[in-house]
Ligand binder design. Sequence first.
Ligand code: EPU
Length: 443
Amino acid sequence: MVEKFKIQGGETLKGEVSIGGAKNSVLKLLAATILVKGCTKIYNVPELTDVSIMLNVLSDLGAKYDYNKAEKSVTIDATNITSITAKYELVSKMRASFTVLGALVSRCKEAIVALPGGCAIGERRVDFHIKGLETLGAKMKIENGYVHAKAPKLVGADIYLDIPSVGATENLMLAAVTAQGSTRIQNAAQEPEIVDLANFLNTIGADITGAGTSEIVINGVKLEQLHPAEYTTIPDRIEAGTFMAAVVATKGKALIKNIYPAHLTFFNDKLIQMGASIKLAEPTAIEVSCKNRLNSINFVTQPYPGFPTDLQAIAMTLLTTANGVGIITESLYENRFMQVPDLRRMGADIHQDRNHAIIKGVKHLSGANIAAPDLRAGAALVIAALMANGESIVEKLHHVDRGYECFEAKLRGLGAKITRFNDEDGVNVGVNNLKGVLNESRL
Ligand code: EPU
């Protein structure tokens, strides 16, 4: 069934919206439950296709799970891990599945995990993950597209990452949890999702300090010391930034609830520079509004706490109708300007040269038939359609469904004219078609 969004642009978004749990955190928390014998319960789990893929990976390894829709919780029972192999069919669907490597090595001393390969936004290598595990004493072999890690004894060590890679920091933290002695990850990623994983691991009995800084120290504990626990995922800062941008793009005013404003400092600052107003309304809510045409800005994407690459495409959409010329430099990925061709089709004036984009603000965008090329570029095009004159049809919604829970329902709650329909019979399919994604109980 081919589903599409029909969006009538030009509506001002107003009201309030509640942000869900962080996709990029919950996926790693789920992988980390492999370390625990017994039932671990995670709250604030968004209903996303990526979450369901991770649950399938865990289930394939022998863990059982139960998703409670009303509670937005998942209970994982990883008492019996019956396989050490994460299959290509699953890992190729979602790169984050590769995080089970560190967890399996910690728990089972051996893992066979499919290499995720490149993806549309860039090459996305995993060499730091592999080198880091070798430094901890694992024997690593790549064969038939799989990484085979054998680690009868992991010993803590100093690991320096060339780039503060989020995934490598996570995999190495997971592996080091049960290593003998202390591991120091230098030039570690500092994203809030890293802090969330460290907090979760400490909750189940690990000994980790320094998460959120560039040096993380993991003092190894015995596997038997790890125990079940309950834990709540942090809010999704990228979902929050997306809704803030949608409100600003349509000259609206809204309360963005259930967020940690400190996780969005850099993005907020850029929105303020563009002319938006951002007020802290409550400790976990901000009011965002915008009355006038935005001003152009320049920015470079950076690892946290710099400008998040995951909000780059969305910020580019804002620049398409801003006053003046804005320059974006994408420093993390080789191919993360996939929104550009469709933005141009909507009337944007964008010049792209390798990882630089120069955006000259035009008066307005006009609706068109467009297609989500990946998750964040897809969200950027939805925002472009909301701010455009006339109607747009957005295709390839499976990309958007990977990371935005009830996207159109939340936008409709703010007054957007957006419906999801099935192209074959034109029937409106209501809330996003994630029916059944997380309704299986396999506990
Ligand atoms: N890199 C290497 N070698 C490695 C690891 C990374 O060269 O061994 C390079 C990558 O190729 C990339 C850069 O380092 O150019 C950063 O990659 P990183 O490992 O930090 O990213 P990731 O862990 O693969 C996570 C998020 C991404 C987000 C990045 C950066 C998840 C599931 N994914 O990816 O989120 O863009 O961190 O913040 O956590 C998204 O949500 O749309 C998304 C792509």
